[in-house]
Design a protein around this ligand. Structure first.
Ligand SMILES: Nc1nc2c(ncn2[C@@H]2O[C@H](COP(=O)(O)OP(=O)(O)OP(=O)(O)O)[C@@H](O)[C@H]2O)c(=O)[nH]1
Ligand SMILES: O=C([O-])CC(=O)C(=O)O
Ligand SMILES: [Mn+2]
Length: 638
């Protein structure tokens, strides 16, 4: 195979082009549009050659990650109408997807392992595991055969080498994504460290194999909507954790297609972390500096679309406090030689929820995406500005417009239709997103690319809980904190295909991203926190109780909720009245915010027990069972 690959010859002209003639299955007949195939390591050559043979692209384009390459692809996509320049900003583009391809598809996401229980827990007969779906290797083989052969016909195959984490860092890992989507190439350039430097750092080592196709070979028989090829009926996002391999088909959307993100940095990485003794988590990382100048780092896990990006870039309203962001979505964490937990953000960009983002709610995110950014499924104004729900007031103030003038503003909504403020329907899709370089964030932490990471003092879990759960509480211990994380629940959001506002379990905010048996995952957490490791404190927060604005709360909460300023309750330590700085807040019902209603918690503990019994079953670690029993006793004693 390798010999055969070496005979691949780069084209004279390395410019991007679409070859329309039919190409044969012979891999040595597939042209190289760009890049030096012969210079790649044998492992990389074999990977490309095998997959090219399988998927039959029109040619192979090895990305170097340069700005010139980015610009060349952008120009092509603008010409074809895939991207629209947002003229009000520098190097910013709007992309509208096929309206059927707008979010992650959890029901079509699978873990493929020989042993089912490497992927999922021993759930009782008839109970469908919600933390990960398992597919047998045999079934996967069939699904693959039914999708991938020839799936890139008529489209170039991009080779995207990328590093999760700073290139060459001790916690970083390298992947190579093969994709037939140029949108994916652009987003990977923003979201990861991508290109030639990564291949240099890789040398002869192994890498995570990522294969992505929009699943619509040419000639295309269906109608392509918005120049966005996809294949919703055949979507499959499959992971082979043991082989460190990802196969994604039929969707071009974010979490389904930017394989460095959820697929690699969470589902595959948590497997690597299990083997190597570290954690891959759905967490933001931020540094909080108090008025005395002391900085502490926090990692926080909230389910998708529950406020990680917002919290990570929070502007404190209590004077003297400072927040700086390290990451807004994913943390890779490992205990260091000094026993402390260190975290890196494996990503290089933010892929954030657009609606609701404004200078009022997240000014720092707004500043970050003023240039070099891609906006997916937002609306556009006649002036070439982006628009989404939550920007109305800001736009009116900025331009000094009356309500009527605002209403008259010509907007093209995410579906490409004319739309006005006040019209029915939405301007932007609720899961529309901005993709922007993290380095452009005004409050990016100076150590955000520190290869060894930043030391974490506290871990926070949270979700959208409309009732019963206090604003904040601290767990009694590492073990108790893990139980708290394991019981995270939240209202469903638009980040995936769920409908309505049902409260769903989302343990550790990882439900859609679990890469292996959840019982083993909990045991892994327990083991890592034991001496000589110094486990961080674990908190639970609920910004979504009442309507109060968390902006005011966090800074006063500080770092020492324990001791004389906290009260011990059944569920953990809660702050005493007066221990949180509420200056400047509208009148707020402290007792209501911090209350622990017995009847609510009695119901909740029954439901929690049922959840763990049915979803983790015999895989539940005994230490967690013990914590659960203790919690139940405390609640009944309320
Ligand atoms: N009511 C309320 N809404 C919030 C709060 N924080 C964030 N939001 C809104 O919730 C939505 C999602 O917030 P993000 O910060 O993007 O959520 P995320 O956890 O980063 O989401 P993913 O990128 O999907 O993982 C946005 O529309 C925010 O404006 C909050 O404290 N209260
Ligand atoms: O994966 C995505 O598409 C976006 C994301 O961050 C999430 O859903 O948590
Ligand atoms: Mn996320």
């Amino acid at each position: 195979m390798t010999e055969e690959c070496r005979s691949l010859k780069p084209l004279e002209n390395d410019a991007y082009q679409v070859v329309t003639e039919v190409v044969t299955h012979k891999i040595n007949h597939i042209p190289i549009y760009k890049g030096d195939f012969a210079s790649l390591s044998p492992k990389v050559q074999r990977f490309i050659a095998e997959k090219a043979e399988l998927m039959n692209p029109s040619g192979i384009y090895i990305c170097d990650g340069s700005q010139k390459e980015f610009d060349t692809i952008v120009d092509k996509l603008v010409e074809r109408g895939v991207l629209t320049p947002l003229k009000a900003y520098e190097n910013c583009y709007l992309c509208r997807t096929d309206p059927r391809d707008v979010a992650r598809v959890e029901s079509k996401t699978w873990m493929v392992t020989k042993d089912k229980y490497d992927s999922v827990c021993h759930t009782p007969e008839g109970v469908r595991p919600i933390m990960g779906q398992w597919m047998s290797e045999e079934q996967f083989g069939k699904e693959l055969d039914n999708r991938f052969p020839g799936c890139m016909a008529g489209r170039p195959m991009y080779v995207v080498p990328f590093s999760m984490g700073p290139i060459g860092g001790p916690l970083s890992k390298i992947g190579i994504e093969l994709t037939d989507s140029s949108y994916v190439v652009l987003c990977m350039k923003i979201m990861t460290r991508m290109g030639a430097k990564v291949l240099e750092a890789l040398g002869d080592q192994d890498f995570v194999r990522c294969i992505h196709s929009v699943g619509l070979p040419r000639p295309v028989r269906q109608k392509v909507i918005n120049h966005w090829p996809c294949n919703p009926e055949k979507v499959m996002i499959a992971h082979r954790p043991k082989e460190r391999e990802i196969w994604s088909f039929g969707s071009g959307y974010g979490g389904n297609s930017l394989l460095g993100k959820k697929c690699f940095a969470l589902r595959i990485a948590c497997n690597i972390g299990y083997d190597e003794g570290w954690l891959a988590e759905h967490m933001l990382i931020m540094g909080i500096t108090n008025p005395e100048g002391k900085e502490r780092f926090v990692a926080a896990a909230f389910p998708s679309a529950c406020g990680k990006t917002n919290l990570a870039m929070l502007t404190p309203t209590v004077p003297g406090w400072k927040i700086r962001v390290v990451g807004d979505d994913i943390a890779w964490m490992k205990f260091g030689e000094d026993g402390r937990l260190y975290a890196i953000n494996p990503e290089a960009g933010f892929f954030g929820v657009a609606p609701g983002t404004s200078h009022k709610t997240n000014a720092m995110a707004m500043e970050t995406f003023q240039k070099n950014s891609i906006f997916t499924n937002v609306a556009e104004t006649a002036d070439g500005e982006y628009f989404w729900e939550g920007l109305e007031k800001e736009l009116r103030q900025q331009k000094g417009w009356s309500e009527e003038q605002l209403h008259n503003l010509e907007i093209t909504n995410w579906l490409g239709d004319r739309w006005h403020v006040g019209d029915e329907g939405k301007a932007a899709h609720p899961n529309s997103r901005f993709t922007c370089p993290a380095s452009q964030c005004p409050i990016i932490h100076p150590d955000w690319e520190a290869p060894q990471g930043v030391p974490i003092d506290a871990i926070i879990f949270g979700g959208r809980r409309p009732e019963g759960v206090p604003l904040v509480f601290e767990s009694f211990s590492w073990q108790h904190g893990i139980l708290v994380g394991a019981l995270v629940k939240s209202e469903a959001t638009a980040a995936a295909e769920h409908v309505g506002k049902q409260v769903m379990h989302d343990p550790m905010a990882m439900r859609p991203f679990m890469g292996y048996n959840y019982g083993r995952y909990l045991q892994h957490w327990l083991d890592l926190g034991k001496a000589p490791h110094k486990a961080p404190k674990i908190f639970h927060v609920n910004w979504f109780r009442e309507t109060s604005d968390h902006k005011f709360l966090w800074p006063g909460f500080g770092d020492n909720i324990r001791n004389d300023i906290a009260v011990e309750t059944a569920i953990g330590y809660v702050p005493k009245r007066g221990s949180i700085n509420l200056e400047g807040l509208p009148r707020l019902d402290w007792n209501e915010l911090m209350s622990i209603p017995k009847s609510y918690w009695e119901e909740d503990i029954d439901e929690s027990k049922h959840f763990l019994e049915s979803q983790v079953g015999s895989d539940l670690p005994s230490e967690i069972q013990q914590e659960l029993d203790n919690l139940e006793k405390r609640i009944h004693a309320l």
